[in-house]
Design a protein around this ligand. Structure first.
Ligand SMILES: Nc1nc2c(ncn2[C@@H]2O[C@H](COP(=O)(O)OP(=O)(O)OP(=O)(O)O)[C@@H](O)[C@H]2O)c(=O)[nH]1
Ligand SMILES: [Mg+2]
Length: 364
């Protein structure tokens, strides 16, 4: 599962990527600085790991990770190949969720491809290109399906009706994710199309440092614009955060963050939100050797969760011993949890809760 950073050229996408991943992707003050996508596997900050660490005192702590891809900027006409658009759109199609970066800061020294600062216009440019690309895919599919619908194939006729509704939705400048569809219809006809505007999205408003906490007028406009989208809007001063990130000592970084009014980097919040956007959750294993966060899709069973550690754990699954996170931190030791009768034994179909501490029993 991976999230792609998407937006117009030169709005701060690679700077954000570097902030998140501690890497040094090229970022510079000219459009199309990025061509090939930068890929990073990034730790997801999680305070619960610190709680567990204090209780267990393990040799090491291993956080959950999420994959982030920094994609080239899109411009008007991308869907028709402008600015290598088709290649970049293909990069977006390969992701599972979209982090849409919007420039919400004034700075005459930083080039804007459209000559002025207007995040509402920018968002609409990007949305339109993504919608046009989806429309192209839908039209191709309609061509195919209508042939078999004409021969009287009932399933194809049903599918065609769905495709036509997607088409008219896109043609009214709306993204597929906003279309209300029957669950079954969605699963059989829409999901397999992997449409770009069907992917979950969150918006990052890249603001100047004085707006890092409360945002600014640009952010307000974006919030109004997306109020019906059921999407999160995150305010982030990418430029200054990236400078702060360059500092070696943790203490120094905290001092500078506090200076701009933050208790933690905005990028940490963004990572947690991205993890949720990808519909992922965490369970923990806790032993003296390591305390570790494991990533599973929300709704996973105990057997699937075990399979993330090793396929043998899933195949030979016998049962799982499960402690809810709050019980673990309340009783502060596995033995006391057991004595209090709070450790549960669950079978392979148990649906794992976020934060569960799990121990698997299996045979191979
Ligand atoms: N003033 C200011 N400058 C920023 C901020 N974020 C990024 N920049 C600058 O904007 C320029 C472009 O940043 P990049 O991160 O390379 O932009 P990008 O979106 O990856 O651009 P492409 O790869 O060309 O699509 C760089 O000179 C950054 O230093 C910010 O929050 N404030
Ligand atoms: Mg870039």
């Amino acid at each position: 599962m991976k999230a792609g950073i998407v937006g117009l050229p030169n709005v701060g996408k690679s700077t954000l990527f570097n902030c998140l991943s501690d890497s040094k992707a090229q970022s510079a003050n000219f459009p199309f600085c990025t061509i090939e996508p930068n890929i990073g596997v990034v730790n997801v900050p999680d305070d619960r790991l610190n709680n567990l660490k204090e209780i267990v005192n393990p040799e090491k702590v291993i956080p959950a990770t999420v994959e982030i891809v920094d994609i080239a900027g899109l411009v008007k006409g991308a869907s028709k190949g402008e600015g290598l658009g088709n290649q970049f759109l293909a990069n977006i199609r390969e992701t599972d969720a979209i982090i849409h970066v919007l420039r919400c800061f004034d700075d005459d020294n930083i080039v804007h491809v459209d000559g002025s600062i207007d995040p509402v216009r920018d968002k609409e440019i990007i949305d339109l290109e993504l919608q046009l690309k989806d429309l192209e895919a839908i039209n191709k599919k309609i061509d195919k399906v209508s042939r078999s619908a004409k021969t009287g194939n009932k399933d194809s006729q049903k599918e065609l009706a769905v495709l036509l509704s997607l088409k008219s939705h896109l043609e009214s400048f709306k993204s597929i994710r906003s279309l209300d569809l029957d669950k079954e219809v969605y699963q059989s006809y829409v999901k397999p199309l992997q449409l770009i505007t069907d992917k979950p999205v969150l918006y990052v408003c890249n603001v100047d440092e004085s707006s890092a906490v409360n945002g600014n007028n640009y952010v307000e406009k974006i919030k109004n614009l997306v109020s019906t989208e059921n999407a999160e809007v995150i305010i982030l001063a990418i430029g200054i955060e990236s400078d702060i990130n360059e500092l070696d000592s943790f203490e120094e970084r905290m001092v500078f963050l506090e200076d701009i009014g933050l208790k933690e980097p905005g990028s940490s919040k963004l990572l947690r939100s991205t993890y949720k956007l990808l519909q992922l959750q965490t369970y923990f294993t806790a032993g003296e050797k390591e305390v570790r966060a494991w990533t599973i899709p929300i709704g996973s069973t105990a057997a699937k969760a075990a399979g993330v550690i090793h396929t043998d754990f899933e195949k030979g699954f016998i049962r799982a011993e499960v402690i809810a996170f709050n019980d673990y931190t309340n009783y502060k030791s596995e033995i006391k949890v057991k004595e209090a009768g709070k450790m549960k034994v669950e079978g392979k179909n148990y649906i794992v809760n976020d934060g569960d501490i799990m121990h698997f029993l299996f045979n191979v």
